[in-house]
Write a protein of this length. Structure first.
Length: 393
């Protein structure tokens, strides 16, 4: 695993810019800037193959103490015209400019295009996201700590869940426990106009509500204004309750899904969950550096067919999830996606969420999701809550 040397991150980006024939990169997204600088307030980061300059809106000793960059590389004015002036000082008047085009608002893009007319604009997001896939020791430790927060939330469910409790009240208890355990209170995604609130929780018939974007159990939410997450439905005896509320510790996410049963689980549900757990265990044993992402998806289906659960595996009504997991770190959903055709080669330091679901006409709907890190010796679980069908009451 890489040691924690954040000052080397910009140097690696500079090397990647040279290889991609990019003269400059201008970063504006807080998660990317935090990765390279340790600073997450509104700012701009200019990177050339030789220089890097952080443009901040406020200059205070407190903020300076948290920034990983050298003193002379910080400008107390986060303004595009100041960026342009700095480029003139560096004698860079034209060339190719990398922007994060996947998340840049159109009006901001137009403003940059008008000011930097002699630059050809390209998308630098793939370079940044590829670099961010490989976590160092500090990043992995933060994801691991986030996994411990999720375990505290699981314990709270076991204490609080009972018949007659509304989904929203259960979610509030979990979220409060996460906050008490130092969850920062925000979940970051890189998807335009998509919010998962604090995360999905649903029960009984509400388990059939699934996201049309992420192919995952979403719950109906409290209204059509945000149709994801817990509702005000009262949980009944015998219900399955799926909790998929992630958390974020000091910028780094962990993702986990656990299935609870109010009362006693049926023998069929216990059997099917055990088989799903076998698939998950098999995938964790299979993960190692050097394999390609699509092979994990292929392995999951191979295990499901071997255990004769393929009819129920990854089923959301008539749809099937087209992936078995995803990367995570500074955002809850990052590359790579473990899906058919994805050729990204896994490396030591990849943090991944393995996301399994079964929908069976007699056993019900159940989900098991865990966060793992790929190591030189295989994979290590970073989520530590019990990986079982949890009976409560």
């Amino acid at each position: 695993m890489r040691p924690f040397q954040p000052q080397l991150r910009i140097r690696e980006l500079q090397k990647n810019l040279t290889q991609a024939n990019l003269d400059i990169a201008l970063l504006h997204y807080s998660r990317d800037i935090y990765y390279y600088t340790g600073f997450a307030e509104p700012s701009l980061l200019l990177v050339t193959p030789q220089e890097s300059i952080l443009f901040i809106r406020r200059e205070k000793a407190k903020e300076r103490s948290r920034i990983w960059m050298e003193e002379g590389m910080i400008v107390a004015r986060a303004d595009l015209r100041e960026v342009y002036a700095q480029l003139i000082d560096l004698k860079i008047k034209k060339g190719t400019m990398g922007l994060c085009l996947d998340i840049l608002p159109a009006d901001r893009f137009t403003e940059i295009q008008e000011l930097f007319q002699k630059f050809r604009i390209l998308n630098v997001s793939p370079l940044i996201l590829r670099q961010r896939m490989v976590k160092d020791e500090e990043e992995v430790s933060l994801v691991k700590r986030a996994g411990q927060i999720l375990a505290a939330g699981t314990d709270r469910v076991r204490q609080f869940l009972k018949p007659g409790l509304r989904e929203i009240d259960l979610a509030a208890e979990i979220e409060a426990e996460h906050r008490r355990s130092l969850h920062v209170g925000a979940i970051f995604t890189r998807l335009f106009d998509f919010s998962m609130g604090q995360g999905p929780l649903s029960s009984g018939p509400n388990l059939r509500f699934a996201s049309g974007i992420l192919h995952s159990i979403s719950g109906p939410g409290l209204s059509a204004a945000l149709p994801i997450g817990p509702s005000d439905r009262k949980i009944q005896n015998g219900d399955h309750v799926v909790v998929d509320i992630p958390c974020n510790y000091q910028g780094y996410h962990a993702d986990q899904s656990r299935t609870f049963v109010v009362g006693k689980a049926s023998s069929k549900a216990k059997k099917m969950f055990r088989l799903m757990r076998e698939v998950s265990d098999g995938l964790i044993a299979f993960l190692r550096p050097g394999i390609q992402a699509y092979q994990v998806y292929k392995k999951a289906w191979s295990l499901a067919k071997k255990l004769k659960i393929e009819d129920s595996f990854l089923a959301y009504g008539e749809r099937r999830a087209n992936f078995i997991g995803h990367g995570l770190g500074l955002e809850i959903n990052e590359p790579p996606i473990l899906k058919k055709g994805e050729k990204t080669i896994l490396e030591e330091g990849f943090t991944l969420a393995l996301e399994l679901l079964l929908t069976h006409p007699n056993a019900g709907i159940m989900k098991l999701e865990d966060t793992v890190v790929v190591t030189s010796n295989g994979a290590e679980l970073l989520t530590i809550a019990p990986r079982e069908l949890i009976e409560v009451g």
